[in-house]
Every structure is written in structure tokens, then in C-alpha cells.
Design a protein around this ligand. Structure first.
Ligand SMILES: Nc1ncnc2c1ncn2[C@@H]1O[C@H](COP(=O)(O)OP(=O)(O)O)[C@@H](O)[C@H]1O
Ligand SMILES: [Mg+2]
Length: 416
């Protein structure tokens, strides 16, 4: 009898999903890319390296960054930097120093607190670096030197999550931490960034030339075999599974493959749906109702889509979803045309979402993601269905269905 422990299952469900995944799977290419960037730097490359992983919310960026951090833990010093500090290299480096060598950072802070001529203004506020900090070249040089004099001589790897928030609007004369890493004298640093689909555009605007050399990867759905590995790890996990004998788990694997479509967020959703149903069945896998798991998984999936789409006018979503065939991608200009069409046909939507923000929101809410060729797609087939169905209801309800439309198509979408 394959039997599970309801208490540990409940814990897993309650931890929500923003954690290093217990059942991390796949991403071998991405791990290799990160490791190669790091390796090149170790072996003599003198300037910094940047690697960017892009994808819609739920594509697995944070989990991947955490995994890379674990993978490199023995070989490097690592620190996280915030996108909000990207235009303040001095402060960003100081924050890094605080994480890897708090004592050195504290000494530095104290010594500069008493510097009369203020060659480094780190600020002395209780929250660390104050907003009055400056970033003159002299400051940077001082910090570079301190970074060089770190007690540890391990290479440094910086992690920048939510990197889409690092935009190019820097004050005149200021350079970003990323430029400093690439072109300055900060030493050997690998920067590993995760962000939404417009991250590379933003980073390019910061003038990072080396980004164009294939260091940008868009996270694609996981392969079926990878999903299966994750399910195996779940059903054989010693904390969860009290008795691992009996009960064929093949149908469960197939269920997770079908429900998740390889999308990491839905993989977690479906594993948690299995957990919930196992609890109902007193931990007995044989007693679990596959249909009930499917329903629970669908509720979670739709909840995720609803959260993605709620801030965007449905009439805009309809125009966009009608432009991108399910499972395919289109050039960016085609999406811009669809957006323009929507605002022209339904001027009132401007009140809910100003036209200038429309494209940004479609990307930032994860409705759109780049594919491997740089074209735009709705990243998950069931998300395409959901948006098409929900937005078509708005078309019917709005009275716009039959007039003033040149893109209307038959409503064939059903929820998966
Ligand atoms: N490679 C993976 N294998 C298994 N689960 C994953 C993987 N990547 C992400 N997940 C899970 O998917 C969910 C969303 O991942 P997350 O990293 O938070 O996405 P993002 O940062 O892109 O929004 C989380 O529950 C995470 O644990
Ligand atoms: Mg994330």
C-alpha cells in the first residue's frame, strides 16, 4: 500500500510556491550556461560576465536562480542584489560586501563615517546605505579595492532577480552596476539575472554590450520526462511517503504531464493538488480520485490565470489573443498592432489601462512571453484557452460582438 503522511503533505501545501522547489527538475541547459559563464571567468577572463534568464511569472526564474546558487555554493561567494540599486553601483557593491563579508563592510562604514572630506559617502542610517549616498568614480575605486581585498579569494557571483525592474533611466553621468561589472575594474564577477520577457531590452538600454552574445535565455516549458522525474521525487520523498510499496504511479505521472503542460507553476499546482487529495484520502494513494485531483489542479490553474489577467481590459486581451494562434508566436509589431486596434475599437478601455502601459502590462502580467526566436507567444496553451474564453464573454457582454470588428473569429475555446 503506498501511503503518505498527511501532516508533512499539509506543510508542503501551506508553504505556497515561492520557495526553492523541493522537486526541482530539468533546466540542464540553463545550468550549463550559468556554469560555463562562471567557469570562463575562473579561467582567466578578466572582465565581468552576465547571464540572463527570462520568462513569464511562473516560468521558474527564481527557482532556477536559487538552484544555481546552491550549485555554485562551494566554489564562489554569492550575494543578491536588488534591481532598485542597479543605477547606484557604489551602494550595490556595498550591499554585496555586507552579504559576503559583514565585518569588512561594517569597518568600512565606520571608517567613512568619520571621513571629513567625504571621499566615500556611505551614509550611516540604521537601514544601511542612505539615499544621500553618492557614487563618484573615487567612491567606486575605493570599493573596488575593498572588493579585491576581501578575505576570501573565491570568485564572486551576483544574483539579480526581478531584473525587469532594472531600467535604463539613469541620471546623467551615472553608470550602472552592470556596466561597472562588464567594463570596470570590479574584478571577476558573474552576474546571473532573472526577469520578465522585457529584461534584456532594459538591460541593453543600460549599455551592456556583452549581453548580445547569446547570454540571454528564455525559459521554456519542462519536457515530459523532466515532469515525470519531479513526480517520482514527490511520490518517493521520504518525508511524505511512509510506505513506498504498491500502487502504480504511472497514471499520476500522466496526469501531472497533462495538467501542467510542463509549466513549472502548474507542476507545483498539480503536485499540491495531489497532496490535497491524498489528505482527503487519509494518505492512501489507492483511494485517491484522479478526477478530483484534476479538478483541484484546474482551480489552481485558473486562479493563476485570473491573477495574471485581471489588471488588463478583457477587450484588449481578446484582440491580442485573436492575433496569436494557440501554441504559436508572432512578431512584436503584430502585438503592437493588436493593441492599437483594441484602443481604437474600444476607446473606453483607456480608462482602465492607459494605452502607453498596455504592452508593458501584457508582458509584466505574464500574458506574453518571448519564444526562442524572440517572437511573442502566450506561453501556456491552457492560458490561451482561458484568456480567449474569458475575453470572448466580455465581447458578447459589451455589445461590440457584431459591430466595428474586423478580427472577430468563431468562439471555439473551451476551458481545458
Ligand atoms: N525546474 C523546476 N522544477 C520543478 N519545479 C519548478 C521548477 N522551476 C520552478 N518550479 C516551481 O514552479 C513555481 C514557480 O517558479 P518560480 O521560480 O517562482 O517562477 P518565476 O520566478 O519565474 O515566477 C514554484 O513553485 C517553483 O517551485
Ligand atoms: Mg520569481
Amino acid at each position: 500500500m503506498r501511503r503518505f503522511n498527511p501532516t508533512t503533505l499539509q506543510k508542503y501545501i501551506d508553504t505556497k510556491d515561492r520557495i526553492t522547489p523541493l522537486f526541482f527538475t530539468g533546466r540542464r541547459e540553463e545550468l550549463t550556461i550559468a556554469y560555463t559563464a562562471f567557469g570562463n571567468l575562473k579561467e582567466g577572463q578578466t572582465k565581468g560576465n552576465t547571464v540572463v534568464f527570462q520568462g513569464a511569472p511562473g516560468a521558474g526564474k527564481t527557482a532556477l536562480l536559487e538552484h544555481i546558487k546552491d550549485m555554485l555554493a562551494h566554489e564562489c561567494d554569492s550575494a543578491k542584489i536588488e534591481a532598485s540599486l542597479i543605477g547606484q553601483p557604489h551602494e550595490a557593491l556595498f550591499e554585496v560586501l555586507k552579504q559576503i563579508e559583514p565585518d569588512t563592510a561594517e569597518t568600512l562604514r565606520k571608517s567613512h563615517q568619520i571621513t571629513k572630506h567625504g571621499d566615500v559617502h556611505l551614509g550611516v542610517g540604521s537601514g544601511g546605505v542612505s539615499s544621500s549616498s553618492t557614487s563618484t568614480p573615487k567612491d567606486i575605486t575605493t570599493l573596488y579595492r575593498l572588493m579585491d581585498e576581501r578575505k576570501s579569494n573565491k570568485p564572486l557571483v551576483l544574483f539579480l532577480d526581478e531584473a525587469q525592474n532594472a531600467n535604463g533611466d539613469l541620471p546623467d553621468g551615472k553608470s550602472s552596476i552592470l556596466q561597472q561589472l562588464h567594463e570596470g575594474d570590479v574584478g571577476k564577477v558573474t552576474l546571473i539575472a532573472g526577469g520578465l520577457s522585457d529584461t534584456s531590452t532594459n538591460l541593453n538600454r543600460l549599455g551592456i554590450s556583452r549581453l548580445s552574445f547569446g547570454n540571454i535565455t528564455t525559459l521554456q516549458p519542462l519536457h515530459e520526462t523532466e515532469v515525470m522525474t519531479s513526480v517520482e521525487a514527490f511520490v518517493n520523498n521520504e518525508d511524505f511517503c511512509i510506505d513506498q510499496n504498491g500502487c502504480d504511479v504511472a497514471p499520476l505521472k500522466q496526469l501531472v504531464i497533462n495538467e501542467s503542460m510542463g509549466w513549472p507553476q502548474h507542476l507545483t499546482n498539480t503536485l499540491q493538488a495531489i497532496g490535497e487529495e491524498l489528505i482527503v484520502a487519509g494518505g492512501q494513494l489507492a483511494e485517491c480520485d484522479i478526477n478530483a485531483i484534476q479538478q483541484r489542479s484546474q482551480v489552481r490553474r485558473e486562479d493563476y490565470y485570473m491573477r495574471r489577467a485581471e489588471a488588463i481590459p478583457k477587450l484588449l486581451l481578446y484582440e491580442v489573443v485573436s492575433t496569436i494562434p494557440k501554441g504559436q508566436s508572432v512578431k512584436e509589431y503584430a502585438v503592437h498592432e493588436a493593441v492599437e486596434r483594441a484602443y481604437k475599437n474600444y476607446p473606453l478601455i483607456n480608462q482602465k489601462l492607459p494605452y502607453e502601459k498596455a504592452f508593458y502590462m501584457l508582458v509584466h502580467r505574464g500574458v506574453l512571453q518571448e519564444d526562442t526566436t524572440g517572437n511573442l507567444t502566450i506561453p501556456i496553451p491552457s492560458m490561451h484557452d482561458y484568456i480567449k474564453y474569458q475575453s470572448s464573454l466580455a465581447i458578447e457582454g459589451s455589445g461590440w460582438g457584431s459591430i466595428n470588428r474586423h478580427t472577430s473569429r468563431p468562439m471555439t475555446a473551451r476551458l481545458p
